[in-house]
Each structure stands twice: as C-alpha cells, then as structure tokens.
Design a protein around this ligand. Structure first.
Ligand code: FDA
Length: 452
C-alpha cells in the first residue's frame, strides 16, 4: 500500500479535477489526483472504434464557453466548425421529413406563432435568472414546484409546439422525461447557456469541435501533473476532520489538508465518509440523479447527405433519434452522423437485443437522411449508463423541487472537503466549460483557506 502526504487530494481526473489540480500546483501546493478508471478524462473520451475516431463523450464547444475556449487555446489545441451548409430536416407528427433552414421548424403558421411567443416569454424569465443562484429568484419556489411539461402545457394546447419547446432542455439537455424536472431546472439550463434561444440554436450550442478530440484537454492537463495523477485508484473511504483528510483508495492512501470531490454528485454515496457526512448532505445527495442519453455514431464511406444538399442537422420530437448532426471528423473523407436517443426512449431501446436496437436507431436516422443511412461502415453506441464511474449522461440534476430546496448548499464545502463538477456549475452547467469553472473556483477557495 502506497502512502503519500499532500496539501490537496483530488478525487476524479475529469476536466474539473484536473483543472483544480493544475491551479493548485501552479500556486505551489502539492497535489495527488486519484482516478478510479484506467484513463483520465471522465466524461471526455476520444477513442478509435473499428478504425473510426469517435467522441464517445463530450465534444462541442459553444461561443459563450469562455473557460473552455481559453483552456483549449492555452493547451495549443485547434478547433473546427461543425458542418452546417445546406438544409436541415424536421419530421413532424405525420412522419414526413421536411427540409428547412434557420432555427424555426417547418410547422404550421399557428404553431410557429405559439413557439415564438413562448420562446420570448422563456427568454424574459431566463434573463432574470442568475445561473449561479437560480434559487434566489423571487419566484424560484413556485417555478421549482411545477414540472417543465406541466408549465408548457399550461401555456398552450398545441401539442406539437409543446413537444418542440420541451425538448431543448428535456431530451437534448437534461435528458430526463419532462415530467420529472421543474421549470426552474429548465430555466437554469437555459440561463447557463445565456438564453433559451441559445439552447435551440444548434449553430450556437454545437458550434465547434477540437481537432483530434476533446479528450486532449484532460490528457494534456494530466500530462502537466506528471506523476501526481494515479489511475485505477477508486477512492473507497474518506476520513475527515479538523486536521485534514485521509483518502483510502484501492492501492494507496493519501493524507492531505484538503480534499476535492471532483466526481459526479450522484456518485458521492459510493464513498464511505468517516465520520459520516452531515444530515443535509445525506438528504441532498439523494435528490440528485443522472439523466440518460445514448450517443449513436454512424460512419459512412462518404458524407452522402451533403450530396442531397442536407447539412446533417435533423430534429424530431416524434423520432427515437430526436436530434442528429453531421459529425464528420476534421479532414476525414468518410462521413459521420451522430444521433441521440434520450431518457425513456433510451430505456426502451435497451430492452431490445443489440441487433434490434441498431436496426431501430438506423431506421430512425433513415427517416431524416434516406435509406443510405441504414448501412454505416462503423456503428457504435456510447452507453454511459453502464459505466460504473458515471452511470448516465450527460450529467446529474436535481429532481422536482430539489434545486430550490438544496441548490444553495450543493457547492458548500464540508470541513476540509470541497465539491467540484460540471453538474454543480452555474455558467456552463452540465458542460465541460462548467467543469473547468468549478475546478478553478474550488482551487481559489482552497488557496484562500490555505493562505489564511
Ligand atoms: P467527470 O465525470 O468527467 O469526471 C469525474 C471523474 O471522477 C471520472 O473520471 C470518474 O471516473 C472519477 N471518479 C468517480 N468516482 C470516483 C472515485 N470514487 N474515486 C476516484 N475517481 C472517481 N459537454 C460539453 O461541453 N459539450 C458536449 O458536446 C458534451 N456532450 C456530452 C456527451 C456525452 C455522451 C456525455 C456523457 C457528456 C457530454 N458533455 C458535453 C458533458 C461533459 O462531458 C461533462 O459535463 C464534463 O466532462 C464533466 O466533467 P467533470 O470533471 O465535472 O466530471
């Protein structure tokens, strides 16, 4: 058993933990990062599957994500834009694929008016929300007590409008059924990206990718830490008290003045705390759960949809694959589509055999792009639900009423233990940008405490 003494022990080598570790080390503190997996990056994972480079986890960078943009630039990484020339496709309730350009789906004039009107209302509400303190809004309790679905249905009887408005924060972001999270949670999601309109604008929210893959961010951050990063070290027990912490992992023990838990909050209960965490944390952590989405990658010998004048961007609240995009790698002759299957639909397709699931998902893609979509040369499903050290995708959020009840407490340190994760962020919430912001924030708080 290896025993180490450090100023700070960081549990988790995702973007949050590695950012915090780098900030602390730069300031002269000694660190050890303990990572359960045999790789760094957490929910950032770029891999080669059957000869195709795939972004198994997070990949897109949007123009408001300054912390991520700065980190990417500082690490010397290059970005490229998502392919977006040509028409997008929408499949409506009649199952017919229709082409469109711009942000508004090709719905009836009346449905378009309803969507535009409610979008304006949402933008006005979001403008009043501070993403770092959504619970502080004077109507926070009221907005946290109504589900996203119920609020939308109270605004209009137009089912197609509701489905299209719902999915921007539902299937596409929180990846939970829209009756399981609140209007306030939805407003936070939108506020974290600047506005509700930003979320529905694929050209904004899914703007750029990193050449060679976004996992290079954690890989390069870890490289700077050298031998201070320890893989295959799941922290099982964390002893804590006034004099500091002792993190006990599978093969090593680290004593430190401070600990940073840089893991998804749904996994905190996997660690045995000695003594037990306070009552508030025991309760609160039971009200945070992971969403669930399958990211589907289909690689073809060429980007055949471009020949039909299609951008690859496709949406339908009626399809199993509710959104899909051209995800061709930089400089790659082959064409890649990425599609997403969310929440209950993801549960449903996982009840099928692998072959039936593939067939159902490719059938859905063919509704957007035609029959050629059914024959990829590489097909892969990112299934984060089966990953022990994540347990879902994209991220964790509070259940009904939880954000107002506990939000203000979620980031509060407990003695020498701090919490940093994208799932606790304000700006950049549930995104890599938020992970980096949280890593920086917690490092600066520890530095203030360490210097005091
Ligand atoms: P993260 O979960 O990455 O890291 C936590 C680490 O802690 C993990 O490495 C884990 O193994 C480790 N760990 C857990 N328990 C431990 C224990 N007991 N002991 C030791 N280690 C432990 N974002 C974005 O900005 N753009 C995008 O396009 C996408 N798309 C996307 C797609 C998919 C499929 C996913 C799953 C996610 C995204 N995201 C995204 C979200 C983004 O990837 C995510 O918000 C951040 O990578 C989270 O970084 P963190 O460091 O906060 O947690």
């Amino acid at each position: 058993m290896v025993e180490l003494n450090r100023d700070v022990v960081i549990v988790g080598a995702g973007a949050a933990g590695l950012t915090a570790a780098n900030e602390l080390k730069k300031a002269g503190l000694s660190v050890a990062v303990l990572e359960a997996r045999d790789r760094v990056g957490g929910r950032l994972h770029t891999d080669v599957i059957d000869g195709a480079m795939l972004e198994i986890g997070g990949q897109w960078v949007s123009p408001d994500q300054q912390a991520l943009i700065d980190t990417v630039a500082e690490l010397g990484l290059e970005t490229f834009s998502r392919y977006r020339d040509g028409d997008s496709v929408y499949v409506g309730p009649d199952g017919v694929a229709q082409r469109f350009t711009g942000e508004m789906f090709p719905v009836s004039a009346e449905t378009e008016r309803v969507i535009a009107d409610i979008t304006d209302r949402l933008d006005a509400m979001v403008a009043e929300i501070d993403p770092d303190r959504p619970w502080a809004h004077e109507r926070a309790a009221e907005w946290d007590h109504v589900t996203w679905d119920a609020w939308l249905r109270a605004q209009t009887d137009d089912d197609e409008a509701v489905r299209n408005l719902a999915f921007a924060t539902g299937s596409a972001m929180l990846t939970k059924p829209t009756h399981t999270f609140s209007l306030l949670q939805s407003l936070l999601m939108a506020a974290s990206a600047g506005s509700y309109s930003h979320l529905v604008d694929a050209d904004f929210i899914l703007d750029k990718r990193v050449v060679g893959g976004l996992q290079q961010v954690p890989l390069l951050l870890a490289e700077r830490l050298g031998e201070d990063v320890f893989l295959n070290q799941a922290v099982r027990t964390l002893e804590w008290g006034d004099s500091g912490v002792t993190a006990i992992a599978d093969g090593m023990t680290v004593r430190a003045r401070f600990a940073i838990l840089a893991l998804a909050p749904n996994l905190y209960p996997r660690i045995s705390f000695v003594p037990a965490l306070p009552r508030l944390q025991h309760q609160m952590h039971q009200h945070i759960s992971m969403g669930f989405v399958i990211k589907v990658h289909a690689v073809y010998d060429r980007p055949f949809w471009r020949e039909q004048g299609l951008s690859g961007t496709a949406f339908s609240p009626y399809e199993i694959t509710h959104e899909a995009y051209d995800n061709t790698n930089h400089g790659d002759e082959r064409g890649t589509l990425v599609g997403f299957v969310s929440d209950q639909r993801a549960d449903d397709v996982f009840r099928l055999s692998a072959e039936e699931r593939r067939e159902a998902i490719l059938e859905s893609l063919s509704h957007y792009y035609g029959p050629e979509a059914k024959n990829p040369v590489v097909y892969y499903e990112s299934d984060w639900g089966s990953e022990e050290w994540t347990r879902g995708a994209y991220a964790a959020s509070f259940d009904m009423g939880g954000l107002h009840r506990y939000g203000a407490d979620a980031r509060e340190a407990v003695g020498p233990i701090s919490f940093a994760c994208s799932d606790l962020a304000g700006a950049g919430y549930q995104h890599v940008d938020g992970a980096i912001r949280m890593g920086r924030l917690v490092a600066s708080q520890i530095l203030d405490g360490a210097r005091a």
